[in-house]
Design a protein around this ligand. Structure first.
Ligand SMILES: Nc1nc2c(ncn2[C@@H]2O[C@H](COP(=O)(O)OP(=O)(O)OP(=O)(O)O)[C@@H](O)[C@H]2O)c(=O)[nH]1
Ligand SMILES: [Mg+2]
Length: 216
C-alpha cells in the first residue's frame, strides 16, 4: 500500500529513501496517528522485544503527563539475508506526537520516512480524530510514495469500533487483505504487545522488497 498523490515534489526521484553502502541499509519507520492512540506504547513494546538489537538506548521526549511532546526514537540493527547476499539493516523507529497543537513537529518527524505505521484508535468517540489524522498523513506523505500499514489499536476496550466501520471511515477497502496478501488492517493491543511485532515486521519487509524491486 503506497500513499500517492498527483502532486509532484521537487527532487522526488520515486526511489525509496535508502542509503545502501557496503551491505548496510538504513531505513526510518514512523508511527503516526491521533493523540493517545498508542504510538508510544507500540514503541515501548518494540524496544523491549528488540532490546539486544539496539544501537542506541532510545529516548522519549514527553510532557510530564506522558504525552509525546516531540518524538520517541531508537535505532535497531538486524541481519537480513536475500539470496546469497547478507545485509545489515539499521532501522530507526520514530513516533510523532498526536497532539494537534504540535502539527509542525509531525511534519519534521515524517521527513525522510521510508515506511509509516498509522496507529488508529478503536475508541468509537475518536472517529473524527482518526479520520483527521489519516487525512493529514496523506497530505504530508502524498508527494512521496511511502509504503504504509494501518493498525487499529486498543482492540481490548469495551465497545471497540468494528473493523469494517473503521475501514469505511478511512476509505479503505472492506476486504480482509490486499491482492498481495497483506492485511488491510492490523488489529492490535499495544498494551500487551498483541500483533505489534507482526505489523512492524511486515512493514520492514515491504519497504525492503519495494526497494529491491525498484532497483532491479
Ligand atoms: N486499553 C488499551 N489502552 C492502550 C493500548 N495501547 C495504549 N493504550 C493506552 O493509551 C494511552 C495513550 O498511549 P500512548 O502510547 O502514550 O499514545 P500516543 O499515541 O503515543 O499518544 P501521544 O504521544 O500523546 O499522541 C496510554 O494510557 C496507554 O496505556 C491498548 O492496546 N489498549
Ligand atoms: Mg506518544
Amino acid at each position: 500500500m503506497i500513499i500517492e498523490s498527483s502532486e509532484a515534489e521537487p527532487n522526488a526521484t520515486g526511489a525509496p529513501n535508502f542509503n545502501e553502502k557496503d551491505g548496510i541499509i538504513q531505513l526510518k519507520l514512523v508511527y503516526w496517528g491521533p493523540g493517545e492512540s498508542g504510538k508510544t506504547t507500540n514503541f515501548k513494546r518494540l524496544r523491549e522485544k528488540f532490546y539486544t538489537l539496539k544501537l542506541t538506548r532510545g529516548f522519549s521526549i514527553e510532557t510530564t503527563d506522558g504525552r509525546t511532546l516531540w518524538q520517541d526514537s531508537i535505532f535497531l540493527s538486524f541481519d537480513f539475508q536475500l539470496g546469497p547476499e547478507n545485509y545489515n539493516i539499521i532501522v530507526q523507529i520514530v513516533t510523532c506526537t498526536g497532539q494537534e497543537r504540535f502539527l509542525a513537529t509531525r511534519e519534521y518527524v515524517l521527513d525522510g520516512a521510508d515506511g509509516i505505521v498509522f496507529v488508529g484508535d478503536s475508541d468509537p468517540t475518536k472517529i473524527e480524530q482518526n479520520k483527521r489524522s489519516f487525512r493529514e498523513l496523506n497530505s504530508f506523505a502524498g508527494p512521496k510514495k511511502i509504503p504504509y500499514v494501518v493498525q487499529l489499536n486498543k482492540r481490548d476496550i469495551d465497545k471497540a469500533l468494528p473493523l469494517d466501520a473503521f475501514k469505511k471511515h478511512l476509505g479503505l477497502p472492506l476486504d480482509k487483505e490486499y491482492p498481495d496478501g497483506s492485511p488491510v488492517i492490523y488489529p492490535t493491543i499495544a498494551e500487551t504487545g498483541e500483533n505489534v511485532n507482526e505489523c512492524f515486521r511486515d512493514l520492514v519487509l515491504q519497504v525492503i522488497f519495494n526497494y529491491f524491486n525498484a532497483s532491479t
